[in-house]
Design a protein around this ligand. Sequence first.
Ligand code: C5P
Length: 236
Amino acid sequence: MSQNKPHKQSNSSNDSVPVITVDGPSGSGKGTLCQKLADQLGWKLLDSGALYRLVGYIADKKGVTDPAGIADQALRLDIEFVTDSSTGELRSILEGRDVTRDIRTENCGDLASRVAALPEVRAALLERQRAFCEMPGLIADGRDMGTVVFPTAPLKIFLDADAEERANRRYNQLKEKGFDASLAKILDEIRERDARDLQRSSSPLAIAEDALVIDSSAMSIDEVFNTVLKAAAPLI
Ligand code: C5P
């Protein structure tokens, strides 16, 4: 995976807010790790993948296919993230409707990765993502959090895992949630999505030069969590 050159630009106007960025490929465990970190630290959580999923979802529903039209949907996205009081999970409310489950399907992941390859869409979502940067701190989950969206974040994690292991985890997750799933199909889709994320010209998935790289293939979520907490100690 390529290493990105350090960026000199700022995160936004909000450099005093501590940010931990967590980037990595699909299924590396970023979502679970970020939720645990946000719960433990009482910090805000940005699930940037959910934003791309929502754009893919709404563009598909409205039949918008041209890049400028999709970027316009991204700019005007009427979305609210609400924390579920019983599970602590973030729920996505799009135009007043709870679409949390609709955007978690493999099909929506695929739509997301297609719209995410459009530079216009990435530009349209940039400020919306930076607006999540609020005290006491932010956990930012995505592909370009440490390289593009929050380049001056004091702690950047790149969470990786073998494609086979990621497919297994995704398969078990979907089964647990009651979705129908095929392991072989998930592995194919993960490889295809990896290729698209790595090869796109606009903000490809890349390791920030100052990132702490963690290969979680043979690690439990608790081991990953404790490694990151130790690295975050100076910030908390
Ligand atoms: O992380 P998640 O699987 O929800 O993301 C869905 C898709 O959105 C990814 O496959 C990726 O193509 C895209 N994405 C992105 N940049 C981000 C977050 C997600 O390109 N910061």
